[in-house]
Design a protein around this ligand. Structure first.
Ligand code: IMP
Length: 197
């Protein structure tokens, strides 16, 4: 089975750019929910896998073509894994500059002084007949003492320094981030699956 067209169940411009960069070299055209006039699916699950599947299954059925979705977030040790699946909602009015300030403030108030954190991502691929596959990725790192200046990335990137680096995701070239990021790693597994078909 060769997949030539896939729907990506997201309205997030940053993610759409990253996914296109990964799949277009494989000859897979990426359609977005906006292209197909599909509304957002509410993320009512409590795990990354649940939310990811909720999105891809609903949209694959609605669009009649295979659909990938991802659910991802930042888990901070000192905050017992928060904001986790609530990462997008944690930022007031989805303003990540404010969201990062809120995170730094919460960490400063926590008794746990660890700076350790990880990004997690579950990519799901669903088919209109209900079959699905899950691919997981994770990247470990630390939360910077303050926001770093960098033009790249989105969301919490200016705060996240991946292990083995001394620059944040916001300071890395997109292609370099894609190689080691949670989404990049989950997508790598997804690509291996596609080439095995
Ligand atoms: P969702 O997966 O669309 O529910 O959103 C997860 C949220 O986690 C995003 O809105 C970002 O705030 C954050 N997030 C996920 N991946 C990344 C990343 O690669 N960099 C920075 N923030 C991210």
């Amino acid at each position: 089975m060769k997949i030539s067209e896939i729907l990506f169940a997201s309205h997030n411009a940053g993610k759409i750019k990253e996914i296109r960069q990964m799949l277009e070299p494989l000859g897979i055209a990426v359609k977005t929910a906006e292209d197909m006039n599909l509304p957002d699916v509410e993320e009512t699950g409590t795990t990354f896998a649940e939310n990811s599947l909720l999105k891809s299954q609903t949209m694959a059925k609605a669009a009649g073509i295979p659909c990938i979705a991802d659910d991802s977030g930042l888990c901070v040790d000192a905050l017992d894994g928060a904001p986790g699946v609530y990462s997008a909602r944690y930022a007031p009015n989805r303003d990540f500059d404010k969201g990062m300030d809120k995170l730094l403030q919460a960490m400063a108030q926590s008794n746990n002084k660890s700076r350790k954190a990880h990004f997690s991502c579950v990519v799901s691929l669903s088919f209109p007949d209900g079959k699905y596959e899950l691919f997981e990725g994770r990247v470990d790192g630390t939360i910077a003492e303050q926001k770093t200046e960098g033009a790249e990335g989105f969301g919490y990137d200016p705060l996240f320094i991946p292990d083995g680096y001394d620059i944040s995701f916001a300071q890395m070239a997109k292609a370099d981030k894609n190689k080691i990021s949670h989404r990049g790693r989950a997508m790598q597994k997804f690509k291996e699956y596609l080439t095995s078909l």
